[in-house]
Design a protein around this ligand. Structure first.
Ligand SMILES: Cc1cc2nc3c(=O)[nH]c(=O)nc-3n(C[C@H](O)[C@H](O)[C@H](O)COP(=O)(O)O)c2cc1C
Length: 236
């Protein structure tokens, strides 16, 4: 069960989730589902390239072109009632979070392209999502970025360092393997749960090291048995 750790009396945490044009749209989708299931408000910005990548990477019908149709498509993808997730047009600079007077509790960009990361690092607010990230930095709000690229050039690394120094947190899309993931979803959830825990959303996605008996205990008999069971299921 996903839950919020901190919530001010009578208010819901507002999370702005950006999905930008890097491979790994599933990171954004699973983060969105968890934010919704925590009871936090989910505000969503998806870049033009990210829509294309969603069409290529996600199963099912590709996203439609118009904003109203995209709102319905996203709601269906997230199994959320219409209106539960607030999807904004990627070029609408009038959305609430584009101003420091109305910043969300956190901005998460997952996945985050190197282009997006570089533009945020240099204060280039040419898109609404970049502007919202810029606002998060200037208002000292949490900005969490999940970059996906390999290998990294020194420009990428310097941009990440600049962002980290400016207060952002970088969560590379680098799942661990000590919990013996048995599916792509489990690998994705490892990263998503690290990010969301940071903003106060406790997900049930990933057992913590040392907590779930056997599952993450390196080399434990139980962990080894479950790994073997998965391998034999897969190979049968
Ligand atoms: C199919 C596809 C996959 C891409 N994958 C990545 C990626 O994994 N990482 C990355 O940094 N850029 C990737 N790019 C390049 C970015 O989409 C491009 O730099 C774009 O400017 C990002 O803009 P946005 O972040 O505003 O969506 C990809 C582009 C396409 C079309």
């Amino acid at each position: 069960m996903t839950r919020l750790r901190h919530r001010m009396k009578g208010t819901r945490m507002k999370i702005l989730l950006g999905i930008s044009g890097a491979s790994g749209a599933i990171y954004g989708v699973r983060a969105a589902r968890e934010i919704l299931s925590s009871g936090a408000e989910l505000h969503l910005l998806v870049t033009k390239t990210a829509w294309e990548i969603m069409a290529a990477e996600l199963p099912g019908a590709p996203p439609p072109a118009s904003l109203p149709a995209r709102k319905r498509w996203i709601a269906a993808l997230l199994s959320a009632p219409p209106g539960a997730c607030r999807l904004y047009a990627e070029d609408d600079f009038r959305i609430p979070f584009a101003s420091g007077s109305n910043s969300p509790d956190a901005v998460v960009i997952a996945p985050c392209s190197m282009g997006m990361l570089g533009r945020i690092a240099h204060g280039v607010s040419s898109s609404v999502l970049e502007r919202c990230a810029d606002v998060a930095l200037k208002e000292r709000r949490p900005l969490l970025l999940v970059p996906r690229e390999t290998p990294l050039s020194s420009i990428h690394l310097e941009n990440m360092l600049a962002l980290s120094r400016a207060g952002a947190e970088i969560f590379p899309a680098c799942p661990g393997f000590y919990h013996h993931p048995g599916s792509v979803e489990e690998m994705v959830d490892f990263v998503v749960s690290r990010v969301l825990t940071r903003v106060g959303i406790d997900t049930a996605l990933r057992p913590r090291w040392g907590e779930a008996a056997g599952r993450e205990e390196k080399g434990s008999k139980r962990g080894e048995r479950s790994r073997q069971a998965r391998i034999s299921r897969r190979d049968s």
